[in-house]
Design a protein around this ligand. Sequence first.
Ligand code: NDP
Length: 331
Amino acid sequence: MATAVPKTMKGVLIEKTGGVEVLDYRTDLPVPTPKEGEILVKNDFIGINFIDTYYRSGLYPSPKPEILGREGEGTVIATGSGNLHNLKVGDRVVYMGTGAYAEYTATPSAKAHIVPAALEPGIAAAALLQGLTALTLIREAYAVQKDDWVLVHAAAGGVGLWLCQLLRVVGARTIGTASTEEKLELATKNGANVVINYKEEKDFVGKVKEITGGEGVKVVFDSTGKDQFENDLEVVARKGSVISYGNSSGPVPPFAISRLSAKNLKIMRPTLFHFIYTREEFEHWTGELFDFIIKDKLNTRIHGIYPLAEVARAHTDLEGRKTTGKLLLKP
Ligand code: NDP
């Protein structure tokens, strides 16, 4: 039975870029109308991602005013016209899109997927964007092989914990980094074979070389950006790959491409969006991710579920390095 669609909703609007003070919780925002190919989802859970802080701060440009939020989980309550990829009113879906920090989100059906019955409420929203990032990194950015030495920075973070778990499944040897003992312990529990506190280790490069028998790692997955980039170039093996996929410490400054010839290195700066660009790609990787979670019993660590009205506290915790795993919002 169709649910009545209200005219207004609660949501978090930002009018301009800045600190957490620009996150404006409102109770009078218009409920969006789904356009062609779109579904209207009543959100039960909204995923927070570090990228939300970049759109908030202005590191990544986006039109303002804007409702932040790239993913959510909930029920389809209305649809637009055209191809809806077999989704219909009443379906429970998880999606990637924009405007998720709200009670209702109109979002492309091409990037929505039915929530598998085996998953508890909230797990799909907690897993989708960060899990897909980790999966496409180890498959597409660099196809990790069994026994490869792999370096994962921020290994207890959202994407980091997925990387550790997936790398364990494929049989790689993972070195995980993090800033506290608790985080290192968590990375180990989730599959890191060796861990290093990158805030405290004085000879980080020497340590990684020692662990890998002098050779260095086949690939570095670096979400920190600026802080670790020079180390990455040092610890990667000859013919290895540096996959720089984030900016939690700030963007990597421009560098001379000729530096790569020192070891015939490959460097990539991927974004998930271009690995799941088509409906087919989105379905392929989402199906594989949920298979991993269900069949390999991967753990979806939820750091906390924050009321939507307390979104500023959630951003403060995430940017303040206080969190492990996923942060969710509840409308
Ligand atoms: P995380 O849960 O990993 O949180 C960020 C973590 O980064 C912190 O907990 C902290 O861990 C570490 N960190 C290192 N330096 C800093 C710093 N100066 N300030 C704050 N944190 C720091 O977040 P996500 O999993 O959501 O995202 C991780 C990264 O991956 C982000 O950079 C994000 O932009 C990127 N990303 C990129 C995607 C892409 O498509 N390219 C898709 C998804 C995410 P510790 O305390 O252990 O150092």
